[in-house]
Design a protein around this ligand. Structure first.
Ligand code: NAD
Ligand code: ZN
Length: 359
């Protein structure tokens, strides 16, 4: 088992990564310090993994109850949140209880926001079961629900007490979801760690084949790179924005497909290609770098040709990004593989040219 730490002073917390951690009393015993726990999950994930977790929690003498929410992004909303609050109040949960999120990013985001706001904050534990949630959403304390007018519009920064990553849960995850998570893994290499990117280039087949050792290493690397960035800039005043590499373009692509056509990681993969080409127009990277990234994304099972939305739709959708400052879209670009920077003094004409080539 690997143990990392997100360093945030008195709010620091551990991230455990390994096989079989769902039933590990060593890990659960360390983090479950309250009398009662509520496990928020959905039917799909719950039917696969709740029983195993329940048995392990009971064995520690901690009460445990499941709460099933509907599966899917469209249920990450106020109605589901309200349902969670009702159950928390009805069943008498308080500060002497823990909320546990067992599921992908949807469950983690909404359970985290419920934990952040219920009684001004109750202890919260993340047990992510998708690759995307394991390498990204469960670490760093961003929690949110969607509003009908925008994604993740209502939320809070609220750090968990621990993150428990059992890579055994990936065995039931559909391949397309694994690929989606790999887009974020590749992103970490691109923005921060050229050596890790080379490792991904050489080992992608092991990851797509679900090899335990390779998965553990990739998750450990991703979580430690994210933890380092979050420790430096918890509330995204600077460095944390680098994590949005490929995302400003990607969000436009996601919205254009109404969040149903493309998975998040697929949109990020195509958005990354646009960000690489924009970096090239700024005088950074070689064609061979761009093509190397394309090959790695493809071998992860990801699309690399952005859809033809047309320049004006791309720009309109990108303007909605939370990162827009004084009406100017801020882009995360690469100076080199492994070295990202935030740019708002790029040439708008080059951006328009790039987007019109795609559209
Ligand atoms: N908080 C953050 O920092 C952050 C970062 C990135 C993404 N997100 C959020 O994460 C969400 C996307 O998360 P996601 O990609 O995990 O999607 P998801 O939570 O919808 O999970 C994808 C699907 O896989 C199923 N599933 C989960 N674990 C499984 C398993 N082990 N085996 C089989 N099926 C399983 C889920 O029930 C769901 O149907 C979005 O709402 C996004 O906004 C948040
Ligand atoms: Zn993302």
């Amino acid at each position: 088992m690997i143990q990392l730490k997100v360093e945030l002073g008195s709010r620091s917390y551990p991230v455990f990564i390994g096989q079989g951690l769902l039933s590990s009393d060593r890990v659960l015993g360390k983090v479950l310090t309250k009398e009662k726990s509520l496990v928020i999950t959905n039917k799909k994930v719950g039917s696969l993994y709740f029983e195993e977790l329940e048995t392990a929690i009971r064995a520690l003498g901690v009460e445990v109850t499941p709460l099933f929410i509907e599966d899917g992004e469209k249920h990450k909303n106020l109605e589901t949140l309200s349902f969670i609050y009702d159950e928390l109040i009805r069943q008498g949960y308080g500060r002497q209880s823990s909320i546990i999120a067992l599921g992908g990013g949807v469950v983690g985001d909404i359970a985290g926001f419920a934990a952040a706001t219920y009684q001004r904050g109750v202890p919260f534990i993340q047990i992510p079961t998708t690759l995307l949630a394991q390498v990204d959403s469960s670490v760093g304390g961003k929690t949110a629900i969607n509003h009908s007018l925008g994604k993740n519009m209502i939320g809070a920064f609220y750090q968990p007490e621990a993150v428990i990553i059992d890579i055994g849960t990936l065995s039931s995850l559909p391949k397309r979801q694994v690929s989606s998570g790999l887009a974020e893994v590749i992103k970490y290499g691109l923005i921060r760690d050229a050596e890790f990117f080379s490792w991904l280039d050489a080992n992608m087949h092991n990851l797509t084949n679900g090899q335990t050792e390779a998965l553990c290493y990739a998750i450990e690397k991703s979580c430690s790179l994210k933890a380092e960035i979050v420790s430096q800039d918890e509330r995204e005043n600077g460095t944390r924005a680098l994590l949005n590499f490929g995302h400003t373009f990607g969000h436009a692509i996601e919205v254009s497909g109404q969040y149903t056509k493309y998975l998040h990681g697929e949109a990020v993969a195509m958005g990354s290609m646009l960000a690489l080409n924009m970096s090239r127009s700024m005088g950074f990277l070689d064609v061979s770098d761009v093509e190397k990234v394309r090959t790695v994304l493809k071998s992860a099972g990801l699309p690399t040709t952005p859809p033809n939305l047309g320049k004006s739709l791309y720009l309109k959708l990108m303007q909605r990004d939370k990162k827009v400052k004084n009406g100017r879209i801020r882009l995360v670009l690469l100076k080199d593989i492994g070295e990202a920077y935030i740019s708002d003094d790029y040439d708008s004409k080059s951006l328009e040219f790039l987007l019109s080539m795609e559209g």
